[in-house]
Write a protein that binds this ligand. Structure first.
Ligand code: PLP
Length: 457
């Protein structure tokens, strides 16, 4: 399998280089050059299905039996026997619970596998890397958890001091492995992200530290998320009948993985893109125009995103694979804060995607309503999804809403909506007693680079 850049100006590469390299040299995102077909078999075990669905993407680089072992190890860290259990809400509405991994958000589904893929490829190439990343909460802890204990990876995660929840911070700062480092930056999430971009742009530093990234533009993360769409259809006996999937969306990585499953042959009625007040995608779907607006903090912080980086992977398809035209559209958007699809492109977008947005008050109302009707506590991200599905559902439409975080990860919002405070699961219950290990640094590139240079082994 070969991978090509969405902007069409970088050389094609194999899976190994796409995994370790992150962004393409022309600034684009890697995509496979063809879509393989889904396997016909419907194994009872999630890891078996996962290995079969994903094997074509690593073909030529990773041996099928090695890959199956990595996949099985990755999902052995999940606490649910089904890995991603399907829970019935109403006759035509199910929740697909993606939060049973070690850090309680759906990021674990892909990152537990990505950690093992890094280890395997770095061993084969006798190489090592330093991963740097910025997080507003969930990605940092999932990436650190996935990489902890690795001999060949050092990982440094920047987070905005005082702006994550206490659970999120402690998940990062109470790890004791010598290769993981949490840095509290005196600044915002955007400052952290700018520092990471600046480190990648500093070519000598990038080479010296062998910088690598596991943010949501890494193809391997999309790959790891394709599987559960197929799993949900199989669990419902709908591998040959179209289903609608409703996805709480931020960077568009999760819902794009669903679109890939569709391209690989999964019958899909449509995707519902669920947004909070940061609704640029809803407006794009409604109007065919992408118009930037400021980011507003909400109860569902992992969706507080202005520019969804993975949208580029869909845009290039809507533009008939024209990489340079995609680059131009995005450059225009960055410059002027707006960009428009043609009527034909917009038509193709709405043939597959619908969008709805919920504000915080509506999100809380969904959380309390679900608790009253079903006795179920749900997190605010999942609530945005359920609310969007309920608003748009047609008679007889079968909807699966993706449940992206454990309610214990957002205890304040859950308590505000229901009056109930969810306890942390046993394996995390100790994080409030454990000592925190965190470096507090100013928003200064030279200081951060010195720290990274000294921290890596
Ligand atoms: C990351 C995240 C999302 C958004 O997913 P994208 O792939 O960025 O669209 C939604 N909910 C939770 C809980 C998350 O952590």
């Amino acid at each position: 399998m070969r991978y090509a850049s969405s902007r069409g100006l970088a050389d094609e590469i194999d899976f190994s280089d796409a995994l370790l390299g992150g962004l393409a040299t022309d600034g684009g995102l890697y995509l496979p050059t063809n879509w393989p077909s889904l396997p016909l078999a419907e194994p009872d075990s999630y890891p078996e299905l996962a290995a079969a669905v994903m094997q074509p993407f690593v073909d030529g680089v990773i041996d099928a039996s090695d890959f199956a072992v990595m996949v099985a190890d990755a999902y052995a860290t999940f606490s649910a026997p089904d890995v991603c259990p399907l829970v019935q809400l109403d006759e035509n509405h199910h929740l697909l619970e993606l939060f049973h991994g070690p850090t309680l958000a759906f990021k674990d589904v892909a990152l537990q596998l990505v950690g093992r893929l890094f280890e395997h490829e770095l061993r084969r190439r006798d190489d090592r890397v330093t991963i740097v990343g910025a997080t507003s909460g969930d990605t940092g802890s999932a990436a650190m958890e996935a990489m902890r204990g690795s001999e060949r990876v050092d990982i440094v995660i920047l987070f905005p001091a005082g702006r994550t929840s206490e659970v999120q911070r402690r998940q990062m700062t109470t790890l004791t492995d010598p290769n993981v480092h949490a840095v509290a930056v005196d600044g915002t999430f955007d400052d952290c992200q700018d520092l990471v971009k600046a480190m990648f742009a500093d070519e000598p530093f990038r080479q010296r530290c062998r910088l690598s990234a596991v943010n949501s533009i890494n193809w391997a993360r999309v790959m790891g998320q394709i599987v559960y769409y197929v799993w949900a259809a199989q669990k419902l006996g709908r591998r040959n009948t179209p289903t609608t999937y409703c996805v709480p969306t931020g960077n568009f990585g999760n819902v794009f993985a669903g679109h890939v499953a569709h391209r690989m042959g999964l019958p899909v009625d449509r995707f519902i893109v669920a947004s909070n007040t940061n609704d640029i995608l809803t407006r794009l779907i409604d109007s065919g125009e992408m118009v930037a607006d400021g980011v507003v903090p909400t109860l569902s912080p992992s969706m507080d995103i202005q520019i969804s980086s993975n949208l580029e992977r869909l845009l290039v398809e809507l533009l008939d694979g024209n990489g340079p035209a995609t680059a131009e559209l995005l450059a225009g958007f960055r410059e002027r804060g707006r960009a428009a699809l043609t009527p034909q492109q917009h038509e193709r977008l709405v043939a597959e995607f619908a969008g709805a947005r919920l504000d915080d008050a509506e999100t809380l109302a969904v959380m309390s309503g679900i608790y009253e009707r079903h006795g179920l506590l749900i997190d605010p991200h999942t609530a945005v999804g359920i609310g969007a599905a309920e608003r748009l559902c047609r008679p007889d439409e079968m909807i699966v809403t993706l449940s992206t975080a454990h309610p214990a990860k957002f205890p304040d919002a859950v308590e505000q909506a229901t009056g109930v405070r969810h306890e942390l699961p046993a394996h995390l219950a100790g994080i409030f007693e454990r000592e925190e290990r965190v470096e507090s640094l100013p928003n200064n590139l030279a200081v951060i680079e010195d720290y990274v240079d000294a921290a890596r082994r």
